[in-house]
Ligand binder design. Structure first.
Ligand code: HEM
Length: 404
């Protein structure tokens, strides 16, 4: 239990965190990787380079500090991060390492403003926050271990098939090398893939949504080839998977995780909206809803740049043909001449509210969406403008979470 005095100190340093939050976490990562270079094997270097992870961690610490006397109010956020941590194999013994380096970074950035009293208060608060994470994660490890076909850590999977889905997206069908059962999952969940790229010192991990329905003897991931654009580096792992991993190769996977899942007991209409490679969890949700929930009406809307980069189209259309309760709509930002000739899309440009109101039968529905951040912002504000209650709006960020 933190004393009132400690809580007051923590709360009064929140404005300081606001100003220095990102500097502190940047410094923290430098210190962390210098003292524990082995942790470079579990952090995503691209997120580090783009500062996205710094922002995510800074926001999480800031949120926790604001709610330090009632951490239960941020439990949903803790749970979502804990899923990610469990999927990456973060353990209780990692927390003191992070805590020590975080405190050292606070001291370094704030200088004499970080009095011993403030540092002591933060050490205590970090302990409370870390305990909350550790106990939620312990439960998740336990569930992953106990689930039929489940496991903890990383398990070897063989690439049974590699299928090109569009100019930029390729699916990998993965079967366990031990030939044993694999854990079921909730549509919308992801797995972490750990790879050793030839010539690289560290291993790399990435999360990919499972793109098929559960209950199959394989997991399927559909990976976008991330070419570096606008000054961003190439996606090291996605290029490796596309260019070097072939049928018969082995990938190491952690068990399915994540909280962005479709509520299968909800009998109301469901609207799935995706942009680009954000369609992967949506396709899993669609397959599952169509196959297990024939009573519920599903509207599947996908936005792509054009037909060339539109993945899994035939599969989704074929599913809609077999299930009359499923309707599908394509929105192309810049259709090609061929797309125009084939009338391959329903809307040109971006998804907007007037169009959504035409194609979505009712706003009394559950809405799920995933895609690039500007796309998510646009969809979120369109739904809000339409008056869809917050409780019916569900979304997931690829990469570190931020806010819409
Ligand atoms: C991801 C917070 C402890 C390793 C994250 C994210 C947040 C976060 C907000 C982003 C989640 C997302 O992707 O949506 C925290 C907080 C911690 C903590 C508040 C302490 C109380 C740790 C520890 C480790 C760790 C002890 C292991 C040394 C990671 C890694 C990621 C991550 C590897 C994935 C992101 C990446 O690779 O860039 N954490 N974390 N975290 N965390 Fe933590």
């Amino acid at each position: 239990m933190l004393s009132n005095h400690t809580i007051q100190i923590i709360k009064s340093t929140v404005p300081v965190l606001e100003v220095h939050g990102t500097d502190i976490t940047k410094r923290f990562y430098q210190m962390l990787f210098t003292s524990h270079p082995e942790l470079l094997n579990i952090f995503n270097h691209a997120n580090q380079k783009q500062g996205r992870q710094q922002a995510a961690l800074a926001n999480a610490v800031y949120a926790a500090a604001l709610h330090i006397d009632k951490l239960e109010t941020i439990l949903p956020v803790v749970k979502q991060i804990a899923h990610k941590h469990r999927s990456l194999g973060i353990k209780a013994e990692h927390y003191p390492i992070v805590g020590e380096n975080l405190l050292a970074a606070i001291k370094d950035v704030l200088g004499s403003a970080a009095t011993p009293e403030i540092l002591q208060a933060w050490a205590e608060a970090y302990g409370v926050i870390a305990d909350a994470f550790i106990s939620v994660e312990a439960e998740l490890y336990d569930q992953a271990e106990r689930q039929s076909g489940g496991w903890t850590g990383f398990r070897a999977f063989r690439v049974e098939r590699k299928v090109r889905e569009s100019d930029v997206i390729t699916s990998f069908y993965l079967v366990p090398q031990d030939g044993q059962a694999i854990a079921s999952f909730e549509p919308g969940q992801y797995i972490s893939v750990k790879v050793e790229i030839p010539g690289e010192t560290n291993t790399h991990m990435r999360q990919y949504s499972l793109s098929d329905a559960p209950g199959k003897p394989y997991y399927r991931i559909s990976v976008k080839r991330e070419e570096g654009i606008k000054g961003n580096p190439d996606g090291q792992v996605s290029l490796y998977l596309h260019n070097q991993v072939e049928q018969g190769d082995v990938l190491w996977l952690s068990a399915p995780a994540g909280e962005f899942t479709v509520n299968l007991s909800d009998k109301r209409p469901v609207v799935l909206i995706s942009g680009g490679v954000g369609l992967t969890p949506m396709v899993s949700m669609l397959h599952t809803l169509a196959e297990t929930n024939p009573g519920s009406q599903v509207t599947f809307i996908h936005a792509a740049q054009n037909g060339q980069v539109h993945a899994l189209r035939e599969q989704v259309e074929e599913l809609a043909l077999r299930h009359s309760q499923v309707s599908v709509y394509w929105c192309y930002e810049k259709p090609t001449e061929q797309d125009k000739m084939l009338k391959a899309f329903h809307k040109e440009g971006y998804i907007d509210l007037p169009w959504l109101q035409q194609v979505v039968p009712t706003k009394e529905a559950s809405f799920y969406f995933c895609g690039p951040i500007p796309f998510m912002k646009a969809v979120n504000s369109a739904l809000k403008e339409w008056g869809v209650p917050e409780a019916d709006i569900h979304y997931e960020f690829f990469g570190p979470s931020s806010s819409l």
